[in-house]
Ligand binder design. Structure first.
Ligand code: PFF
Length: 454
């Protein structure tokens, strides 16, 4: 038997659409379905959406192209990619692996809650219209000791099964099934929501910006959300980019992925907020919007039980296609750097991530009094360090690296395969990656530190 050569061991996407679906799958996740609607709800609706879209165009597309291009050029995951171009920068990739590791350890805990809610929806246990009862149901789940850990374990096990299958046989295949299903389900829910009597109020809230509601904190929240939602700043798109073949046009991909991601975020807003308004709930309900307010909304709709099942299945799919990308960042590191085979790398990494996630789950219940950072337990500490520190820092360093160290000429040559791109587009991208990106991200980063000590 011949042993696998390097490329076979690393794997490659089987098709262009497979790559786009997998990368869009990474981007579309809890960030879109859970976070975007409540962030919009909290930040004045249309004002947030408008600022989000502006930042998406200025920073989102720019960084997406930079990450994918760096990955394809080096054909290596985060650390190797930086190292291949400039030895001394390898640690930046290392920050990304740590971020992925940390994000997955708490993301999987939330993924476990989603699984548990899917079971509740299937058994009819969510058929309850009183938000207070639903609130205490949610509180009880996340604060108990064993149940959330069991669901966290099942969620990680699903990740192992998919990532074990490799790039085209595991991640791509899973994304090709789950992503189209997700599109159909979210459109169905959005249609259901906007056809409810009184839904117009919700649509107005979401799409008519009140300019007076735009404040610094809205802008900063939107910037952080663009990062998390597009899976940027931690080398995830570098890793996914490293499995692309040389004739894929990266500019098209880097345009399609953020558009799909934003489309789903907006559809999630359309599926959620008009329904919330139609039934007289509070749009600024915060993180509980998905687990508390929405089930209450569903229970008052015709066919609500069915829509609750569809909704939590949709969220599970979205969470899974994102979590596998987080696991893949860690697995690719071990495969590339330590030369482990994929099976061993996947199982051991997932097991360690599962163990690190246990304190995150316990910190919402029995360990609530243990603080790691001031005022923050394990769950919030992981989230804060990864999302508010490591991702912006990773994004900032990526801009500097691609803009000033590797060089935009090299990047453009790689992105287009033939080096041809309209001059105005190229110069806009150069300006964005060299100046606008670092400045915008630098601001979020400074704010993160200020938030830590305030
Ligand atoms: N983009 C995912 C979401 O919106 O839920 C979360 C995520 C996945 C962040 C992968 C970072 C990442 F590398």
């Amino acid at each position: 038997m011949t042993s696998l050569n390097k490329e076979q061991e690393r794997g490659q996407w089987g098709s262009k659409i497979g790559f786009i679906l997998a990368a869009a799958g990474s981007a579309v996740g809890l960030g879109n379905l859970w976070k975007f609607p409540y962030m919009a709800g909290k930040n004045g609706g249309g004002a947030f959406v408008l600022v989000y879209i502006i930042i998406l165009f200025l920073v989102g597309f720019t960084l997406m192209l930079a990450e994918i291009t760096l990955g394809r050029h080096t054909q290596l995951s985060a650390i190797g990619a930086y190292r291949k171009i400039r030895e001394k920068w390898a640690w930046v990739g290392g920050l990304g692996v740590i971020a992925g590791f940390l994000i997955l350890s708490f993301y999987s805990v939330v993924g476990g809650w989603v699984l548990s809610y899917l079971f509740k929806a299937l058994t009819g246990a969510l058929h309850e219209s009183n938000p207070e009862v639903l609130g205490s149901m949610f509180g009880q789940l996340i604060s108990s000791t064993t149940t959330p850990i069991i669901f966290h374990a099942i969620f990680m096990a699903l990740n192992i099964i998919i990532v074990f299958g490799g790039i085209s046989g595991g991640i791509e295949k899973a994304s090709k099934i789950m992503m189209p299903a997700l599109f159909i389900m979210i459109i169905l829910l959005a249609v259901r929501s906007v056809t409810l009597p009184g839904a117009a109020e919700g649509l107005k809230f979401l799409f008519v910006p009140k300019f007076s509601a735009i404040s610094t904190s809205v802008v900063l929240d939107a910037l952080g959300q663009v990062f998390f939602s597009l899976s940027l700043g931690m080398g995830c798109m570098i890793t996914y980019g490293s499995y692309i073949d040389k004739d894929t046009n990266l500019i098209q991909s880097a345009t399609a992925i953020p558009l799909i991601d934003t489309g789903v975020a907006l559809l999630a807003g359309i599926a959620t907020l008009p329904a919330v308004f139609a039934f007289g709930f509070e749009p600024a309900a915060g993180p509980g919007l998905m687990f508390v307010t929405l089930p209450a909304v569903f229970s008052q709709m015709p066919l609500g039980g069915l829509f609750a099942v569809i909704f939590f299945l949709l969220v599970l799919f979205a969470a899974l296609t994102s979590s596998i990308s987080l696991l893949e960042v860690c697995v690719a590191y071990v495969v590339d750097e330590w030369k482990w085979n994929r099976g061993k790398a996947t199982t051991i990494m997932a097991l360690i991530i599962f163990l690190v996630g246990i304190p995150a789950s316990l910190s919402l219940g029995p360990w609530a009094n243990i603080h790691i950072l001031p005022g923050r337990g394990f769950f919030d500490t992981y989230d804060f360090i990864a999302s508010n520190v490591l991702l912006p820092l990773g994004g900032l360093l990526l801009c500097i690296f691609v803009g000033w160290i590797w060089g935009t000429e090299n990047a453009i040559k790689e992105a287009t395969s033939d080096g041809k791109v309209p001059f105005s587009l190229a110069s806009a991208w150069v300006f964005l990656i060299k100046y606008v990106g670092p400045l915008a991200i630098g601001i979020v980063f400074v704010r993160s530190f200020m938030a830590l000590f305030s």
